[in-house]
Design a protein around this ligand. Structure first.
Ligand code: CP
Length: 306
């Protein structure tokens, strides 16, 4: 890869996304065969630096780096010198001084990974920054689609849920449009930002319109604190009027993939029976997450001097 860092899909070219997906599919095949000892990152060090909670992203970056033979440190922000007031830049410089090769950062402020990347020698991977981007999530989503549908070009992907606060929605929109997919979106008006149509999304006025003829139906997490902010009356009403259920899925193509980045609120964004049904790829997305993160780490570091 030409890039020093992976900060978002807005800044990646279609060819770079294809390269990551292609290697990710190879990695996923190896993982399915039980191969978890590869030499590609031997002698390299990877630090995860998460200022926000995570299960999937942090754990899968750690496993991906370990499967590739790297030394891995998970810096616990809650018990680090961040609590003594150390700035992000000084934390980054400290990791640089220790000869860390890759920093994987999640931060509540959009743009924080870019600030870090501009400051440190290490490669920086954005593991989610505020409401901006979550590139590795969109890449694993696209890898899952590519594996099950063969191609992304010409496919229709419907995204429903809290789009306004979602970095996953934005990264998927950038990536899917670059690879030639159609993206439809539907949410309550209070959870739909302005301007996504100018970025290539088709904003729909009903669930059925969004899902009509879709190859993929993706639910996004309703952040429970949004209800307290008055963005919708109750989870029950959200599920009834905006959630995806079996009736809504009848508008999608037969066998359309059901996806969700997790963590999922069962019975809110998607019914439990859809989450656990044959068309659900939610667990498979998790394995794609390890594979695509292996690909990202390998491609980012392979040109480095030892
Ligand atoms: N999808 C996702 O980012 O999950 P985590 O918050 O558990 O990492």
């Amino acid at each position: 890869m030409r890039q020093k860092d992976i900060l978002g899909l807005y800044g990646l070219e279609a060819g770079e996304i294809e390269e990551i997906l292609s290697l990710g599919l190879t990695m996923k095949g190896l993982l399915k065969e039980g191969k978890k000892t590869l030499p590609d990152l031997a002698g390299k060090s990877v630090t995860t630096l998460f200022y926000e909670n995570s299960t999937r992203t942090r754990c899968s970056f750690e496993l991906a780096a370990k499967y590739l033979g790297a030394h891995v440190v998970n810096l616990s922000v809650a018990t680090s010198s961040v609590q003594k007031g150390e700035t992000l830049i000084d934390t980054g410089k400290t990791l640089d001084a220790m000869r860390c090769d890759v920093i994987v950062i999640r931060h509540p402020v959009g743009g924080a990974p870019k600030l870090l990347a501009d400051t440190v020698r290490a490669h920086v991977i954005n593991a989610g920054d505020g409401m901006n981007e979550h590139p590795s999530q969109a890449l694993l989503d696209m890898l899952t689609m590519k594996e099950h549908l063969g191609t992304i070009k010409g496919r229709k992907v419907a995204i429903l849920g809290d789009i306004r606060h979602s970095r996953v929605a934005k990264s998927n929109l950038y990536g899917l449009k670059k690879l030639g997919a159609e993206v439809t979106m539907y949410a309550p008006k209070t959870l739909m930002p302005v301007g996504l149509d100018q970025m290539g999304a088709k904003i729909c006025s009903s669930r059925e319109e969004a899902v009509e003829g879709a190859d993929v139906v993706m639910g996004l997490r309703i952040q429970l604190e949004r209800q307290k902010a008055g963005n919708f009356p109750s989870l029950g009403e959200y599920a009834k009027y905006y959630g995806v259920n079996e009736e809504v899925m009848k508008y999608a193509k037969p066998g359309a993939l059901v996806m969700h980045p997790g963590p999922v609120n069962r019975g809110v964004e998607l019914t439990s029976s859809l989450i656990d049904g044959d068309s659900s790829k939610i667990e498979d997305q998790v394995l794609s997450g390890v594979a695509v993160r292996m690909a990202m780490l390998k491609l980012l570091t392979e040109g480095d001097c030892q």
